[in-house]
Write a protein that binds this ligand. Structure first.
Ligand code: SF4
Length: 120
């Protein structure tokens, strides 16, 4: 969860071994590790947003090291990255579909772009 929205869902093993959402990746990078000899390198990425006025698009975009223009404008769809593992992040949307979404064609996990196009 980030700012009141589900950003990633998976088994605990899949989530910790292969985090797919940048927020999860940063969270895990900050977790205590007794074997780590160097402190984790985590840039200052600001504070969590106000829930009364959350950021547009992906709520994590002001703090995300991978944010793209679309992230600021549109809520990312929940994408299945592997069986039983979903992440709500534009990084997991095919670039062509991402561009189509920028042009007003919705891309959702339940309705891939080809189905969306057939409806038009
Ligand atoms: S949708 Fe964009 S801003 Fe949000 S986590 Fe993914 S890359 Fe970062």
């Amino acid at each position: 969860m980030y700012a009141g929205q589900l950003v990633e869902s998976a088994s605990s093993v899949s989530l910790t071994d292969s985090p797919a959402h940048p927020y999860t990746q940063l969270l895990l990078a900050a977790a205590p590790d007794p074997d780590r000899t160097e402190p984790p390198h985590i840039e200052d990425r600001g504070a969590p947003p106000s829930l009364s006025a959350p950021p547009s698009g992906c709520r994590f975009h002001p703090r995300c090291p991978f944010a793209m223009d679309i992230c600021k404008r549109q809520v990312p769809p929940s994408i299945t990255v592997s069986p039983g593992h979903t992440a709500a992040c534009w990084l997991h949307v095919d670039p062509a579909q991402r561009q189509a979404s920028e042009n007003g064609l919705l891309v959702t996990a339940s309705e891939p772009l080809d189905k969306e196009l057939k409806k038009r």
